[in-house]
Design a protein around this ligand. Structure first.
Ligand SMILES: [Zn+2]
Ligand SMILES: [Zn+2]
Ligand SMILES: [Zn+2]
Ligand SMILES: [Zn+2]
Ligand SMILES: [Zn+2]
Length: 189
């Protein structure tokens, strides 16, 4: 007489899709079908009575806190970054930060302000400044701009040589000491 030890058999629950030990199946299914349902959007099993909360907490369109517009959740980042009329943008000319909806009008005024160009000895509108620089002072200005940009990098490279940095610090410190010493003597005497 052979004893057959059977594997615990399971049955898939049609409600939640889990494999349930057959021996518990009826009980599980009764509970499962009564209380749980599958979210049609994310596929999570959720309590039926919390379905609304789940939807509102996870899937419902949200109101943009800046402009109040209702936006799909997956579009919210895009909306905040590029679409929202109340998103804050800096003015090209004065770097003042203001809502995108006001920017156009502001830049219109701001760009019409003039600044004195030392090299040309005349006033240039800010909105034409970039163009002016390029056309009238293009080549030379570009070079100085480039070397100015290079500078911090060079300094960073210097920082990787602690000795040189140390020497600079010592020399600078000594110079400051010397200057303040002389100044002090002058004001003192
Ligand atoms: Zn189930
Ligand atoms: Zn869901
Ligand atoms: Zn918005
Ligand atoms: Zn401005
Ligand atoms: Zn100029």
């Amino acid at each position: 007489m052979a004893v057959i030890i059977s594997e615990p058999t399971t049955t898939a629950c049609t409600n939640c899709g889990k494999d349930i030990p057959t021996i518990n199946f009826d009980l599980h299914y009764m509970h499962c079908a009564r209380n749980l349902e599958k979210c049609s959007i994310c596929g999570d099993m959720i309590q039926k009575k919390l379905a609304r909360e789940h939807y509102h907490g996870n899937h419902a369109p949200v109101d943009c806190v800046h402009c109040g517009e209702t936006v799909e959740r997956e579009n919210l980042a895009l909306h905040r970054g590029q679409i929202c009329p109340q998103r804050i943008i800096a003015c090209d000319y004065c770097e003042f930060q203001l809502p995108a909806v006001d920017l156009y009008e502001h830049q219109d005024l701001c760009g019409n302000r003039t600044e004195y160009c030392d090299e040309c000895c005349r006033y240039i509108r800010l909105c034409q400044w970039a163009d002016h620089e390029l056309r009238s002072h293009g080549a030379s200005d570009d070079d100085s701009e480039a070397s100015r940009l290079d500078e911090p990098q060079a300094r960073e490279e210097g920082a990787s040589h602690p000795n040189r940095l140390m020497l600079t610090a010592v020399v600078t410190g000594a110079a400051i000491l010397l200057i303040s010493f002389f100044l002090h003597r002058r004001t003192g005497g």
